[in-house]
Design a protein around this ligand. Structure first.
Ligand code: NBP
Length: 501
């Protein structure tokens, strides 16, 4: 630990970090533990002094009081990570750094930036010869300290320079670092955004399973905790199931009842789930489960309206004893519903990323992405091991659901999944994520959907034209043309107008 405000004759720093809040401090300590000399700076410089005098004491950490000193203390090419509030603060720091940087230096944004901002920063810095990296960092405070999941993307020329430190400080899963190069421009932040969306989906699915156990099964919190404990030893083994078990077992010491039952049922959100859903709408990919997870939080926030509606709107509910006769089957079915819905959610997430790769011209590394999510982050789970294996086996897999492992898993899970959704509907318990996953599955496996009627409606009221299905062409309705039908026969004849396809 030292201050480095006077220009050193020989720079010692391997890595620079700006932003000494929880994430920055912990990532610096993590890097220092791996033998890297880290140079750090913060806008409020008293935080640098405090850090040097406390947590950083005795470690290879150099604190500075200016951006210039930070750059001067770093070996070339400089590698500088920003871990500050997303938005203007990132642009401000990049502008402050630029006068001191040289071509080939690397600026890394580790905050939760929106990917269009990272696309812009990548292009602006590329013009100046500076290599921009936007990296997702997941795992919170503890992950940053002991091993986060890192999802770097941007200027690929930076990767050989930062790969060593990134993979050293990242979480490990079966000995492999949960960090690999994601893709170009804003791809790193894009993948982090989808990660957060999937996190929304996983959380919603777990909440629905809890709600069905509570309202249909009439289970106590302790019984539900025991179910999650059992599930955590099987295919659902994951960080989120594990913490849910612990939450349900956590009692208020004043009356020895579960804390969770005293929490106001209105969910907060910071926006990354919404970003994913909005992007899915923009790209035209049916990422329905994340969408429902976001809307479920929105519905939960309408507490006053729900309280009022609960006294006005009628529906089925289990008021007395549980109708469930075979508790074990009920729980096993729910486990299958959760598992199958989770497979759908990840399949949808990868469909979205594949479309983004096409639309934005990125080469995304699907196996690497699944590996990055396997450890260190909130959605870490055993299940991601199977996704990594599927994409390693076939990097060009059209859809995760087409891989034999997931096809078989969802086939086996189907009867329990349908039975759980039917139970929930029968007894009036909302399970939007389970239900939308099942509707998506049934939609995807339908060779024919009622969009023929929809096209006819569009053509009827708006002359939007339609195409004739293969093999159904006639003289009136030719194939390989856009057709508009005079549906009302107005003007005399029933007629069709055709346009070249
Ligand atoms: P915060 O998101 O709370 O940001 C605090 C840091 O931003 C401090 O260094 C602060 O400097 C600096 N800052 C702010 Br606020 N406004 C600034 C401005 N206008 N100009 C310059 N600096 C400014 O810190 P965090 O929770 O450690 O997160 C850092 C980044 O990592 C964020 O983008 C966050 O979204 C992301 N992230 C957080 C987590 C998590 O679990 N917390 C997980 C994954 C990613 P100051 O000390 O002078 O106020």
């Amino acid at each position: 630990m030292s201050t480095g405000d006077s220009k050193p004759s020989e720079p010692k720093g391997d890595f620079g970090l700006i932003g000494l809040a929880v994430m920055g401090q912990n990532l610096i300590l993590n890097a220092a533990d791996h033998g890297y000399t880290v140079v750090c700076y913060n806008r409020t410089t008293s935080k640098v002094d405090h850090f040097l005098a406390n947590e950083a004491k005795g470690k290879p950490i150099i604190g500075v009081h200016s951006v210039q000193a930070l750059v001067e203390n770093l070996k070339r090419p400089r590698k500088i990570m920003l871990l500050v509030k997303a938005g203007d603060a990132v642009d401000n720091f990049i502008n402050q750094l630029l006068p001191f940087l040289e071509k080939g230096d690397i600026v890394i944004d580790g905050g939760n930036s929106h990917f269009p901002d990272s696309n812009r920063r990548f292009a602006e810095l590329k013009e100046k010869g500076i290599l921009f990296v936007g990296t997702g960092v997941s795992g919170g405070e503890e992950g940053a300290r002991t091993g986060p999941s890192l999802m770097p993307g941007g200027n690929e020329a930076a990767w050989p320079e930062i790969k060593g430190i990134f993979q050293d400080i990242a979480a490990k899963s079966d000995g492999e670092p949960c960090c690999d190069w994601v893709g170009d421009a804003g791809a790193g932040h894009y993948v982090k955004m989808v990660h957060n969306g999937i996190e929304y989906g996983d959380m919603q699915l777990i909440c629905e399973a809890y709600d069905v156990m509570k309202r249909v099964g009439k289970f106590t919190d302790k019984e539900i905790a025991d179910v999650f404990a059992t599930w955590n030893n099987g295919v659902l083994d994951s960080f989120l199931i594990e913490i849910t078990r612990d939450i349900l077992n956590f009692n208020d010491p004043t009356d020895n009842t579960p804390v969770v039952e005293k929490i106001l049922d209105t969910a907060g959100q910071k926006g990354t789930g919404k970003w994913t859903a909005v992007n899915a709408l923009d790209l035209g990919i049916p990422v329905t489960l994340i969408g429902e997870a976001v809307f479920s939080r929105c519905l939960s926030a309408l507490k006053d309206e729900r309280v009022k509606a609960s006294t006005i709107l009628q529906g089925p509910e289990v008021s007395g004893e549980s109708p469930v006769k075979d508790k074990q089957k009920f729980v096993d079915d729910l486990e299958q519903a959760l598992y199958a819905s989770k497979i759908i959610s990840y399949a949808q997430g990868f469909m979205l990323m594949n479309q983004a790769a096409k639309d934005y011209g990125w080469k995304l590394n699907n196996a690497g992405i699944a590996l990055m999510w396997r450890g260190g982050c909130i959605i870490r789970s055993v299940f991601l091991k199977e996704i990594t294996a599927a994409y390693r086996e076939n990097p060009h897999l059209d859809n995760l659901l087409f891989h034999p492992f997931f096809k078989d898993a969802i086939t086996k899970a189907q009867s329990g999944w349908r039975s759980s959704v039917a139970h929930a509907i029968t007894y009036g318990v909302p399970t939007p994520a389970f239900s939308t996953a099942l509707a998506f599955y049934d939609g995807l496996r339908s060779e024919k959907l009622p969009a023929n009627l929809l096209q006819a409606q569009r053509d009827y009221f708006g002359a939007h034209t339609f195409q004739v299905a293969k093999g159904k062409g006639t003289e009136f309705l030719p194939e390989n043309q856009w057709v508009h039908v005079n549906w009302t026969g107005r003007g005399g004849n029933v007629s069709a107008t055709t346009y070249d396809a």
